[in-house]
Design a protein around this ligand. Structure first.
Ligand code: CP
Length: 311
């Protein structure tokens, strides 16, 4: 099997590559704004890309689809429910067949952590991780880096608070790797069962006290409670969680004036974030969505460029 590049996780990527992908994302954003129609990449034209989402998605799926079309890929979207998996075919067998059908890239979201790493050892199609279980969501981290860099210019020295169910969050896991590579300090904030002390490491602190930290944060990343991944203790009432950790207008007013709020979406309004906060200029949730298309264009183009080098 010929080696092909995969975009599975932030952790093994070099800082220089992340910097290059971010700059390429900004390049695509500039070109799109200038409407010069130069978005199509010769590396991607006519190449075959398949989107395969085994979990629901609005932002990631649509932005990968837009990114692929703008780069000139021949795009196919498959629905797992209408594939032979439902007849008992194994996942690996499905992907081996997709390889034989001539696909160059597969963008995959899967509920099992590590599913793409497993597939990558067996197939010759470049895999792009669109989120695997609680493990990683590397393109989300890339667009988060773009959004923060766009506002602050530099990531080094920033203090980023990530609030919520960090233990089960693939977004948090990828953001932590990405932010640390750029020299930001990260505080993981939430109740102990969402943010256990075992998550602490150099440059990454654990705190259960959002109000105690909020005045020192440059960036606040809010996470959704992922009720689909765990049966939550009914004694942990959402009203209690909201009281201690939600970003309300009152809590927002405690942030420094220069700070920003991010949320990867989907937002559970009234639980971790109030609608009034979502509408504020310093809440960049919709900017993240916009940047997602350009960050994902950079990733898909890189995957094709790498194929040329590898093969
Ligand atoms: N942020 C994110 O992954 O959103 P979707 O689940 O809508 O893709």
């Amino acid at each position: 099997m010929k080696p092909v590049p995969h975009f599975l996780d932030i952790a093994p990527l070099r800082l220089e590559l992340l910097e290059r992908l971010i700059e390429r994302g900004f390049f695509f954003k500039r070109i799109a704004r200038e409407a010069t129609g130069r978005l199509k990449s010769p590396l991607c034209m006519e190449k075959r890309l398949v989107l395969l989402f085994f979990e629901p998605s609005t932002r990631t799926r649509t932005s990968f689809s837009l990114a692929a079309k703008q780069l000139g890929f021949d795009l196919q979207q498959l629905e797992p429910g209408s594939m032979s998996l439902v007849k008992g075919e194994k996942l690996i067998e499905n992907f081996l067949n997709l390889g034989k059908l001539g696909f160059d890239v597969a963008v995959v979201r899967h509920p099992s952590s590590g599913a793409l790493h497993f597939l990558s050892r067996h197939i010759g199609v470049s895999l792009v991780n669109a989120g695997d279980g609680c493990h990683a969501h590397p393109s989300q981290a890339l667009l988060d880096l773009m959004t923060i860099k766009e506002r602050f210019g530099e990531l080094k020295g920033l203090h980023v608070g990530i609030v919520g169910d960090v233990a089960k969050s693939r977004v948090a896991r990828s953001d932590i790797h990405a932010l640390r590579k750029f020299g930001a300090t990260v505080s993981l904030i939430g109740p102990p069962h969402f943010v256990p002390d075992t998550l602490e490491r150099p440059g990454v602190r654990v705190s259960h006290d959002l109000d105690g930290l909020i005045k020192g944060l440059d960036v606040l990343v809010m996470l959704r409670i992922q009720t689909e991944r765990a049966a939550y203790d009914p004694l942990l009432s959402l009203s209690w969680y909201r009281e201690a950790y939600a970003i309300t207008l009152e809590r927002f007013s405690s942030l420094p004036d220069h700070s920003i709020v991010l949320h990867p979406g989907p937002v559970s309004l009234g639980i971790e974030m109030d609608e009034e906060v979502l509408k504020l200029d310093r809440c960049l949730s919709y900017t993240q969505v916009e940047n997602g298309v350009f960050a994902r264009m950079a990733v898909l183009e890189w995957a094709m460029e790498g194929r040329g080098r590898c093969c």
